[in-house]
Design a protein around this ligand. Structure first.
Ligand code: FCB
Length: 447
């Protein structure tokens, strides 16, 4: 038995664009993901989030799933383009949806953990520069205040951003996510404005309502050298810098890591960093959300034209998920220790952890996913070990409640513990959902 502490928060997570659908209803305006996914070649099989899990119309049914699982909390995101229209005006009908959602959670005894931004920037703001423009950070602060005024009395935990690294680097640096730019200088400007949006908002919300717990969620991956050579060790440090320290350092220490800034001098002069910005970004945090999926085994790639000059490999013999991500739960324990030691003390939550596998319904309509159960069990044990060794980990949100729109992979990759048959929108609990329900009821996995 691996008993978690009393009060440990058991949850599941989703994000608006990945599940809601109803992209043109009740005054919602287009987001960068509507525009990006509509362009052929950007998303596998031409999938878009136009319908997704139709959660917008099935919210009660989906909340019943949460109640059935017995979760303590649910992490969801608000879609900015539902709440603010292209003229910058508040859209009450959009806010009403989230009011109903939050009420529905409370009625079922489930605590809402609200994420303000999970990648669906209004396209109208992208047309004015998106996250490369400082003004977007200021617009974000306005948007955050609107949501807080509408829902703040019902929502204690607010996360400003989900994975700013992905927004900045996949969206502006690599071109593989919306809005599809591939320029490292833009990715760095986006990074800074995302962090500024976070910091200004955290400061503002704390001023207005000290009872709100404000956090941010980062995707963190331990980076290990593929071999013990000096070259691979240096490569691992570069990847760690760009992926982890570029976000953790300004948030927790008020400075950007110099080695990372130096790597990109050819691509930007950093004129977007203004006096006072880093102090704002360094605003006190009530908690840090960590999304953990995999570590990186890094090899030097001297011939690469990319400033990182690195290859991320799968260590030999390590199993992988349907995303080709290596399954290495022990790295989660190390990561939690490192974050606490280098950037704590700070309450931590695992705001995402989970895996995609090739799930299907058998002739009896059952969905058996023993590999996911193994994955989750391993990671819960790793989290449990960290707690026993003194890490202040407060909760775990499984990604994801439902199979959903997995960004550039479309619907091909299934992360849910509840299977979604997209043509009929039928929901079926996978065996992992039954297992997770038992884990929650017992307060930890039994083996
Ligand atoms: C994370 C995202 C989440 C989901 C998982 C698999 O990077 O935050 O929306 O796509 O990966």
């Amino acid at each position: 038995m691996f008993p978690f502490p009393q009060g440990f928060v058991w949850g599941t997570a989703t994000a608006a664009y990945q599940i809601e659908g109803a992209v043109a209803e009740d005054g919602r305006t287009p987001s960068i993901w509507d525009v990006f996914s509509a362009k052929p070649g950007n998303v596998r099989n031409g999938d878009t989030g136009a319908i997704a899990c139709d959660h917008y119309h099935r919210v009660d049914e989906d909340l019943d799933l949460l109640a059935d699982l017995g979760v303590d909390a649910y992490r969801f995101s608000v879609a900015w383009p539902r709440v603010i229209d292209d003229a910058g005006q508040v859209n009450r009908r959009g806010l009403d949806f989230y009011r109903r959602l939050v009420d529905g959670l409370h009625r079922r005894g489930v605590e809402p953990f609200l994420t303000l931004y999970h990648w669906d920037l209004p396209q109208s703001l992208e047309d004015r520069g998106g996250w490369t423009a400082r003004d977007t950070a200021l617009r974000y602060v306005d948007y955050a205040q609107v949501v807080h005024e509408a829902l703040g009395d019902q929502v204690r935990h607010v996360t400003t951003l989900n994975e700013p690294w992905v927004s900045a680097w996949c969206g502006y640096g690599l071109g593989i996510h919306a809005p599809g730019h591939a320029d490292p200088g833009m990715a760095l400007a986006a990074t800074h404005h995302l962090l500024l949006a976070h910091g200004l908002t955290a400061g503002r919300l704390r001023e207005k309502d000290p009872s709100t717990r404000v956090g941010i969620t980062l995707n963190l991956s331990p980076c290990e050298p593929a071999t013990d050579t000096e070259a691979d060790r240096a490569a691992a440090r570069r990847v760690d810098g760009q992926l982890n320290r570029l976000y953790l350092d300004p948030l927790r220490r008020g400075s950007y890591p110099q080695d990372v800034l130096d790597l990109y001098r050819e691509h930007t002069d950093y004129a977007f960093v203004r006096d006072g910005d880093l102090a704002a970004i360094n605003a006190p945090l009530d908690f840090l959300g960590i999304n953990y999926y995999r570590p990186n085994s890094v090899a030097d790639r001297p011939e690469s034209s990319d400033p990182l000059r690195a290859d991320v490999r799968i260590p030999p013999g390590v199993p992988v998920t349907a995303m080709d991500w290596p399954v290495q739960p022990d790295a989660l324990t190390d990561l939690l220790h490192r974050v606490s030691a280098d950037y704590g003390p700070l309450p931590l939550y695992i705001t995402e952890n989970g895996a995609a596998y090739e799930d299907y319904a058998d002739p009896d309509g059952r969905v058996q996913d023993p590999q996911r159960v193994d994955f989750l069990r391993g990671h819960l044990r790793a989290a449990h070990r960290a707690i026993e060794e003194g890490v202040d980990l407060r909760g775990y949100f499984l990604w994801s409640l439902l199979d959903n729109f997995e960004w550039s992979e479309g619907f091909a990759k299934r992360f849910g513990i509840v299977h979604v048959d997209y043509p009929t929108q039928r929901r079926t609990l996978k065996s992992s959902a039954h297992w997770y329900r038992d884990v929650i009821a017992r307060g930890g996995p039994d083996v």
